[in-house]
Design a protein around this ligand. Structure first.
Ligand code: NOJ
Length: 662
C-alpha cells in the first residue's frame, strides 16, 4: 500500500523493489474527482468518485492479445510518475478560442512479474470534469508487433443509470435515433459518446480521444453486468494490428453535475496533440449546395433531364451565393459514376472526370471570379480501394481548379478495403479516414466528411478536418427525424465535436420531404449545432424570394466562436446556448425544444456592460411544427446584461437571437 505524505512520496519516487500490491488515489486539481487505482494479485483496477459519490465502481483494465498471454495480469509496479498540468491553448476554429487544460496525471509503469516480463504503462489524467486513461505499450525485447484480440476495459457505471444510445455495427453507421435505455439493458454494442444519467445525479459520457490506427470503441454490458469496451473488429475478427511502441486512444469519462454542463466538456480536445504544421490557411465556411433539390426530387444526382450538377445550374448558384453573402457552393453529382444506381457503382466511380454537362474548369473559373469557393464532392460509397487509388490525383485535380474544400461521403453499409468488407469504424476505416485528412492537409484542403469516423478530437491536430456528419441530420427529415433529436444530440453526438446538420431548410412544407420543424428553429440550429462548415442547405429562391427576412439571420450568424455559454437544457426536451462571435463583440443565442412547447426566461448576465440590440427570431404565438411551421415573429429591442429575455418555443420549434453591441 502506498503511503501518503512525505514518506509516500519518498516511497513512490525511490523504491527499488517492484510492488505487488498498490493503492493510489489521483485527485483532480480541484479535488472533487478522485480516481482510485489499485493493483491486487497482479491485476490493475480503477474506480471513480466525484464529491465522494460513486461514478464508476471498480473496473477492470487490460488487453487480450492473439497468440500471447493477456496483458494486464501478474503485474508489478515498477515506477509511478505524477505531475500536474495547468495551461491553456488557442483553438484555430471552434466553439471557444481559449481552451483550459488542467489535470493531474499519474503514469503507472508496470511489468509482468514473471514469464516474458512484458512492460505496460497505464497513464491516467484526472480533470475537474472527468477522467481519461490509455494503455501505452513500450518497445519490448521480444515483441515488435502485437495483435489486439480484445480490450478488457470496463466502465462500471451503475446499471440503473439511463443511457442515450445508438446501436453499433448497423448498416447506417451512426445514423440512428437516440433511445433512452437503462444501462443494464445495453446487451448489444452501442457507439460512444455514450451519455448516462446516473442514479446519484451525475451526467457522464463515456467516449475516446485521439483515435488513430485502432478500432473505434463501442460499449456493451459484459457477463459481470459491467459496461465493457468492445473494439470494432476487422474482417478477420482481430481489433488491431500495431507496431510497438504503441499507445491506445484515450478512454474518457466526462463527468458533470448537470446535462447542460456536459456540453462544454473539452477533455477530448485536450487529449489530442497541438498541430504539428501550419494551418493558418484553414477557414470556416458557410456554403450552399446543389443538393437539397435532389432530396425533394426537383433535380437528380444522375445525368438526365433533371440533372442537378450542370454547368448552368452551378453558375446560377454561384451568382446566388454572391448575392446572398454565402462563401461557398457544394456540387454533388458532378463526376462519372453517378448514373443509374450510384450505390452500386462505387467500385468504378471516377473522381477525375466530370460528366458531359458539367464543365468543372468553367464553373471553377466563374466561382473564382465571383469570390465564391467551390466545395468539391467525393462520394466513395465506401469503396476505399477505388478511392485511394485516385485520392492524391483527385486532390491535385481539385486544387489545380482552385478548389480547397471537399465533402467526401462514405454511404454504404460497409467499406471495401484491400478487397475485404470492413466496418467504417474498424482500424482499417480509421486508417483510411486519417490518411485522407493528412493528404488533404498536404494540399491545403479542408474537409466536411459525411459518413465519417466519429470525432475524437483529432481536429485539434488536423484543423483542416473542419466538420463531419456522423449522426442523423436533416436529410432524414420527411418522417425519420422527430423534434426531440436536435434536443438530444447536443448532449450526445456533439460531445464528439462539430456536425454538419445541413441547417437552413426553409421549404418546410414540401410534401416530398416534410420537415418536423418551425422556420425559427432552422435558424436556431446555426447556434445550437456547432460546425466549422455551416450549410445554408436550401435552394436560393427560398432565401431570396420566399423568406428573405429569416435569411438575414443566416447571412450574419458566425461560424467561429470566441466563447460558448451553455444556458439551459434537459436531454431530449430542450437546449439553449449562447455563443460570442470571434470577430466582434456580438453574441448569439439559439434554442430548440422537442414536440412540447417550452417557455424560457433567459438571464443575460453573460453579456458585457453596455447596451445590445437584440434581434429576436421566434415562433409566432400560433406556430406549431405540424400545423403552422412557418409562423415566425421577428422583434428587436434593446437589452442590458441585467435584463431577461422571455421566449416561447412552439411544439417542434425554437428561436435565434442576435445581440449586437451598440
Ligand atoms: C450521403 C450524404 O450524407 C449526403 O449528404 C449525400 O448527398 C449523399 N450521401 C450522396 O453523396
Amino acid at each position: 500500500m502506498a503511503k501518503s505524505g512525505f514518506f509516500g512520496w519518498l516511497q513512490r519516487t525511490f523504491w527499488k523493489k517492484p510492488l505487488l500490491d498498490y493503492d493510489e488515489e489521483i485527485a483532480s486539481p480541484d479535488g472533487r474527482v478522485v480516481v482510485r487505482v489499485n493493483l491486487r494479485l497482479g491485476k490493475l483496477f480503477y474506480s471513480v468518485k466525484k464529491d465522494g459519490k460513486v461514478v464508476l465502481r471498480e473496473s477492470n483494465l487490460g488487453l487480450n492479445l492473439k497468440g500471447e498471454e493477456p496483458l494486464g495480469q501478474g503485474l508489478t509496479i515498477v515506477r509511478v510518475n505524477n505531475k500536474t498540468v495547468d495551461d491553456q491553448w488557442e483553438n484555430l476554429v471552434g466553439e471557444a478560442r481559449i481552451i483550459v487544460n488542467n489535470y493531474t496525471e499519474s503514469a503507472l509503469y508496470l511489468s509482468e512479474a514473471s514469464g516474458n516480463k512484458r512492460l505496460f504503462t497505464v497513464r491516467f489524467r484526472v480533470f475537474n470534469d472527468g477522467v481519461a486513461f490509455r494503455y501505452e505499450i513500450p518497445p519490448q525485447p521480444k515483441f515488435q508487433r502485437l495483435i489486439i484480440a480484445d480490450e478488457l476495459t470496463e466502465f462500471n457505471a451503475d446499471t440503473n443509470g439511463s443511457a442515450w444510445r445508438i446501436p453499433a455495427f448497423q448498416p447506417d453507421r451512426y445514423e440512428y435515433n437516440y433511445e433512452r435505455w437503462p444501462v443494464y439493458s445495453l446487451t448489444s454494442p452501442v457507439h460512444t459518446p455514450l451519455t448516462i444519467e446516473t442514479p446519484l445525479g451525475h451526467f457522464i459520457a463515456v467516449h475516446e480521444a485521439a483515435l488513430y490506427n485502432y478500432g473505434s470503441m463501442t460499449l456493451q454490458m459484459n457477463a459481470n453486468n459491467r459496461l465493457q469496451s468492445l473494439i470494432t473488429p476487422l474482417s478477420d475478427g482481430m481489433r488491431a494490428y500495431v507496431d510497438l511502441p504503441f499507445n491506445t486512444p484515450w478512454r474518457v469519462v466526462m463527468i458533470a453535475d448537470s446535462a447542460i454542463e456536459l456540453t462544454v466538456n473539452r477533455i477530448v480536445l485536450n487529449l489530442n496533440d497541438p498541430p504539428k504544421q501550419d494551418f493558418s490557411w484553414v477557414k470556416p465556411l458557410k456554403f450552399m449546395g446543389i443538393w437539397w433539390a435532389m432530396f425533394v426530387g426537383e433535380w437528380t444526382w444522375a445525368q438526365g433531364d433533371r440533372h442537378g450538377a450542370t454547368t448552368e445550374h452551378a453558375i446560377q448558384y454561384i451568382d446566388a451565393c454572391k448575392r446572398l453573402g454565402i462563401g461557398g457552393l457544394l456540387v454533388e453529382g458532378w463526376n462519372n459514376g453517378w448514373d443509374g444506381d450510384w450505390l452500386q457503382n462505387g467500385a468504378s466511380t471516377d473522381f477525375l472526370k466530370p460528366v458531359a454537362d458539367f464543365d468543372l474548369a468553367k464553373v471553377a473559373q466563374h466561382a473564382h471570379e465571383h469570390g465564391v469557393e467551390l466545395v468539391g464532392h467525393h462520394e466513395t460509397v465506401g469503396f476505399v480501394d477505388n478511392y485511394e487509388r485516385q485520392l492524391e490525383e483527385a486532390y491535385k485535380y481539385y486544387t489545380k481548379n482552385g478548389i480547397h474544400y471537399i465533402k467526401p461521403g462514405y454511404a454504404g453499409s460497409m467499406m471495401v478495403i484491400q478487397g475485404r468488407k470492413e466496418f467504417h469504424h474498424s482500424q482499417a476505416g480509421v486508417l483510411h479516414y486519417q490518411k485522407a485528412v493528412e493528404l488533404a492537409a498536404k494540399y491545403q484542403i479542408m474537409l466536411d466528411v459525411h459518413e465519417p469516423i466519429k470525432g475524437t478530437g483529432t481536429e485539434r491536430t488536423w484543423p483542416n478536418l473542419l466538420t463531419r456528419e456522423g449522426a442523423r441530420g436533416q436529410e432524414y427529415e420527411g418522417g425519420a427525424l422527430s423534434p426531440s433529436h436536435a434536443c438530444i444530440i447536443p448532449f450526445t453526438r456533439l460531445l464528439a465535436g462539430g456536425m454538419d446538420y445541413t441547417s437552413g431548410i426553409f421549404d418546410i412544407t414540401n410534401v416530398a420531404k416534410r420537415l418536423a420543424t418551425t422556420l425559427a428553429r432552422q435558424l436556431a440550429y446555426y447556434v445550437t449545432i456547432y460546425s466549422g462548415m455551416q450549410m445554408a442547405a436550401d435552394r436560393p429562391r427560398f432565401y431570396e424570394e420566399v423568406h428573405p427576412d429569416a435569411y438575414e439571420f443566416i447571412r450574419t450568424v458566425p461560424i467561429n466562436w470566441e466563447k460558448t455559454v451553455p444556458l439551459l437544457g434537459r436531454i431530449g426536451d430542450y437546449y439553449v446556448v449562447a455563443r460570442q462571435d470571434r470577430a466582434s463583440a456580438d453574441w448569439y443565442i439559439g434554442g430548440v425544444t422537442n414536440e412540447e412547447a417550452h417557455r424560457v426566461r433567459l438571464n443575460l448576465d453573460f453579456l458585457e456592460d453596455g447596451e445590445y440590440l437584440a434581434e429576436i427570431y421566434r415562433d409566432a404565438d400560433t406556430a406549431h411544427y405540424r400545423d403552422n411551421p412557418l409562423g415566425m415573429t421577428i422583434e428587436t429591442r434593446k437589452v442590458l446584461k441585467s435584463d431577461y429575455l422571455d421566449i416561447w418555443m412552439a411544439p417542434g420549434g425554437g428561436f435565434a437571437v442576435k445581440l449586437q453591441k451598440v
